[in-house]
Design a protein around this ligand. Structure first.
Ligand code: BEZ
Length: 239
């Protein structure tokens, strides 16, 4: 039988849940989460520890891509089980000394939460005791503008994240919301998208027999349509 402490440590919110609320100290001041980011997407991510190489390469990449996430109405918020002064010292070292893949002088401008008590990490299931009971795994929570958890990705301590995928996932969810579609395997912006499956025999018949304008069906349940890159880039014009 697991102790209560262990049970709490592995509890985690799920897709479709309201993002757990918390107040925290960060490298950009205090935050009230997720209320401070209402109306924006948020990527809340954890990393194992400051002054470690994989995390350093990730933070430099997050810092480089931050303007692209910001253009997608998405705020980045990081977390590790380290104190504020460690965070500040590490971010200064990254800016002053570290070079990676042509990146240097990278300034991390998004908030990095201090979570020495692990209270936020435990709320979000970022501690996975089989991997480490003192370090957060590389968790990524996508939280939508209404404060709901929409996607969760986990990586182990040893593996740096794929940033193309982090960005692609955000765009795919924003596109699905804007156009009421789904995105097929390996979808990239500009590729054809999936039309919601027919919900009645009548619609299934229409799809196969009458043929709906602009929709291609290989069977009644597998229908796609074009969605241009321009449409993906302008989701506000979806209606
Ligand atoms: C790293 O960021 O380099 C790292 C952190 C914890 C375990 C292994 C690698």
């Amino acid at each position: 039988m697991e102790s209560l402490e262990q049970e709490v440590a592995v509890a985690m919110p799920r897709i479709g849940d309201k993002a757990p609320e918390f107040k925290a100290i960060t490298t950009q001041g205090e935050i009230n989460f997720p209320a401070d980011y209402k109306g924006k997407w948020v990527i809340l991510f954890s990393h194992p520890a400051d002054f470690t190489p994989v995390c350093t390469s990730e933070f430099m990449t997050f810092a480089k891509l931050e303007p692209e996430f910001s253009a997608l109405n998405c705020q980045l918020v990081g977390l590790s089980i380290d104190g504020l002064y460690s965070h500040i010292a590490w971010l200064r070292t990254i800016k002053d000394k570290i070079e990676f893949k042509g990146m240097k002088n990278m300034e991390v401008k998004f908030p990095l939460i201090e979570d020495i008590t692990m209270s936020v990490a435990k709320k979000y299931g970022m501690i996975q005791p089989g991997e480490s009971s003192t370090k957060a795994v590389r968790a990524v929570f996508y939280i939508d503008p209404k404060g709901m958890i929409r996607a969760i990705i986990y990586y182990p301590l040893s593996m740096g994240r794929n940033f193309d995928e982090l960005k692609r996932a955000l765009i795919a969810m924003q596109t699905a919301d804007a156009y009421n579609i789904a995105t097929p395997a390996d979808w990239q912006p500009g590729d054809d998208v999936i039309v919601p499956t027919a919900g009645s025999c009548g619609v299934a018949n229409d799809r196969m027999e009458t043929k709906e304008e602009g929709i291609t069906c290989t069977d009644w349940f597998f229908c796609t349509k074009k969605l241009s890159l321009e449409q993906v880039n302008n989701p506000a014009h979806s209606n």
